[in-house]
Design a protein around this ligand. Structure first.
Ligand code: MRU
Length: 378
């Protein structure tokens, strides 16, 4: 299904889409047919610089995922698929090596493995000289599918949020939604998952205000979600990661919506570190906790998220250092800890199914339990 009004797109301003940067609309990854190039938005430079480097080869695709120039579960799957094209364009004999290298870039999001399996299947029985063409076709299909899937997630979620808005007795204020990390267009090809729900809810005329967790240590909330929501003119307020519980106790949060990097068949959800604490606080305050995800983020082979999902551990300098711009507009990185401090940097945590009110997928809204998750077609 084709997206009708994508958030990012390389189409003239005003035709469709909402995110406009320097007079152009974008996807977070796109293929240029004329130049035969794979292009990304470098998310390590946002919100200060908007740069769109070309991925030249397999090394560049691996580096983009590892360094988080691109991030977010659905997007890294699509980047990996394009990485296969770039690898086979260089050398069509390196199928196994490229699959192995790309799948090792990040361990937690299952979409990476899922997308690579799709490309591997598309390559079965293909003549050596046609491998790059077949990989490109598979990557482009995954890209198109991701846009359509995310748009459908948004529509299903907006119906849920419309019901929540209708049930709210005091309509003098907006619907207050708390989100963690960036599960927006930047984390997918377009639209996003959690943020797609928000964009579609806003499009239905419901007044929305978003509490954005800064999301230490990479600050995807502060840097990316705030930037994205501003491009889309959605009202939002940045908060420190520990503020959510207090806001919930004060009646200032109507629901939470987050994305997922991997969801088990039993409905356990693995997402950016800190998600679990938000779910606990939401549960304690009787606030709905929604998780928006494509079915490609479900690992139907797992039943116990806490024991079975591999949690990525990242470099210590993500915690000890922070980056920003100085008064001259120059990007700077500063250390804020003693030099020899011992650091642990787990990238994700698991929210048990019992804390999840509903899962929102492209196939509709369901409960986070084995009975309902196993019915999702995959
Ligand atoms: O480490 P990141 O930035 O790749 O983590 C991203 C998240 O945790 C997102 O919430 C998740 O991938 C869902 S994105 C649609």
């Amino acid at each position: 299904m084709a997206a009708t009004t994508a958030l990012f797109n390389q189409v003239p301003q005003g035709e469709r889409g909402d995110l406009n940067v320097n007079g152009k609309q974008y996807q977070s990854i796109w293929f240029d047919e004329i130049l035969d190039t794979v292009n990304i938005i470098d998310q390590t430079r946002l919100p200060h610089k908007f740069e769109t480097p070309v991925l030249e080869d397999l090394d560049a695709a691996c580096h983009a995922i590892e360094s988080m120039q691109v991030r977010g579960a659905p997007l890294i799957g699509v980047v990996a698929a394009y990485g296969m094209y770039l690898a086979l364009r260089e050398n069509p004999q390196q199928v196994a090596r490229a699959l192995q290298r790309l799948s090792a870039t990040r361990p937690t999001a299952v979409n990476l493995r899922w997308a690579l399996e799709r490309v591997a299947t598309a390559l079965e029985g293909v003549a050596v000289e046609m491998r790059a063409t077949a990989a490109l076709a598979a990557a482009r299909e995954l890209e198109r599918e991701d846009i359509a899937v995310c748009e459908r997630i948004g529509e299903h979620g907006a119906t849920l949020l419309s019901e929540l808005w209708e049930s709210k007795s005091d309509k003098s204020a907006a619907l207050n939604i708390l989100t963690h990390c960036n599960a927006g267009a930047l984390a997918t090809v377009d639209w996003g998952t959690a943020l797609s729900v928000i964009y579609k809810t806003v499009a239905r005329g419901i007044p929305v205000h978003v509490w954005v967790d800064e999301t230490r240590p990479r600050n995807q909330g502060a840097a990316l979600t705030c930037w994205e929501l501003a491009q889309h003119a959605v009202k939002h307020t940045l908060i420190v990661d520990n503020a959510g519980g207090h806001l919930m106790q004060q009646g200032l949060v109507d629901c939470c919506i987050v994305g997922s990097d991997r969801t088990t068949i039993t409905g356990d959800v693995c997402n950016k570190i800190g998600t679990y604490l938000k779910a606990l606080a939401a549960y304690d305050n009787n606030i709905p906790f929604f998780v928006a995800l494509p079915v490609s983020s479900i690992d139907f082979s797992l039943s116990d998220g806490i024991r079975e999902i591999p949690i990525e551990q990242r470099a210590a300098d993500e915690v000890s250092h922070f980056s920003g711009i100085d008064e001259k507009g120059e990007l700077q990185t500063l250390r804020m800890t003693p030099e020899d401090v011992c650091i642990s940097n787990f990238g994700f945590d698991v929210t048990p199914a019992r804390l999840v009110t509903r899962l929102i997928t492209e196939q509709g809204v369901c409960r986070a339990n084995r009975l309902e998750v196993s019915q999702l077609a995959h």
